[in-house]
Design a protein. Structure first.
Length: 260
């Protein structure tokens, strides 16, 4: 099952790689600025960016550190990330095809490990957390950003269901409490957690995942017919003609360190 999910991830991102480089949601955002500002990096450090996607974290940190290793499961994503980053003049980034759950690096290699808007695609998030701890140097930090599910079972189910409908490679958006538990059990010490409101423009959100028009319409109808409490919690916004314009989710930045 894990390999099947990873195959879906590769298929999804291979065919839509360029969209994730140019996506305003991925290229910019308050969360990315926060990660960079909180990273406490310097020119002697080596950074691993797991599931680099369009390469936005690697691109932002490259001018500040010694070297960034951008890792992704999908070769096509690495190719467009490399074009983007090299196009910005950064030559201290190398690109590695690899699995977030089985990192091809030695223990105690990196000063920072980053991962942004990716972990909800990982079949085995615990393995990713354990591997991140393993490759960090003692005192090194994990800087993690991902979409999160609400703590309520009802809202959690709604959010993960629509994400899976929109993108079959979606695994699970975890709750904040689940992230804290996983990191703590792995041996990390959590330093900070910051949440961000995350508005989604419905059409752009669907088109970035190449959702077919009929499936997009069916998803829209399903969301519009959700209970009033769902509409209120996720701030569903409709146009004058009744079509779905947007809704709001949440992402989280978690900073944790590997004990000395």
């Amino acid at each position: 099952m894990s390999n099947e999910i990873k195959g879906q991830v590769q298929k999804q991102f291979a065919s839509n790689a360029y969209k994730y480089v140019t996506s305003a949601r991925h290229a910019k955002g308050e969360d990315l600025a926060w990660l960079v500002a909180s990273s406490e990096v310097n020119s002697s450090m080596n950074v691993l960016d797991i599931a680099t996607g369009g390469g936005h974290v690697a691109n932002a940190l490259a001018p500040l550190v010694n070297q960034v290793t951008a890792l992704d499961l999908t070769e096509e994503m690495l190719q467009v990330a490399q074009q983007f980053i090299h196009g910005n003049g950064h030559t201290n980034v190398n690109f590695v095809a690899g699995d977030a759950e089985q990192l091809p690096f030695s223990d105690n290699t990196f000063d920072r490990v980053t991962s942004r808007i990716a972990a909800h695609h990982f079949p085995d998030v615990v393995a990713f957390v354990n591997e991140s701890l393993r490759v960090l140097k003692p005192g090194g930090k994990l800087l993690l950003i991902d979409n999160v599910a609400p703590e309520s079972d009802v809202y959690d189910r709604f959010y993960n269901d629509i994400e899976k409908w929109r993108d079959p490679s979606h695994g699970r958006a975890w709750r904040k409490s689940e992230w804290i538990s996983m990191l703590d059990k792995a041996g990390f010490r959590i330093d900070a957690m910051v949440t961000f409101e995350k508005p989604f423009q419905f059409t752009d959100w669907c088109e970035r995942a190449a959702l077919p028009a009929q499936a997009m319409r069916e998803l829209e109808v399903s969301m519009l017919h959700a209970e009033d409490q769902i509409h209120k919690y996720f701030k569903l916004e409709k146009s004058e003609d009744g079509s779905l314009l947007s809704f709001e989710g949440e992402s989280v930045y978690i900073q944790a360190h590997k004990p000395q």
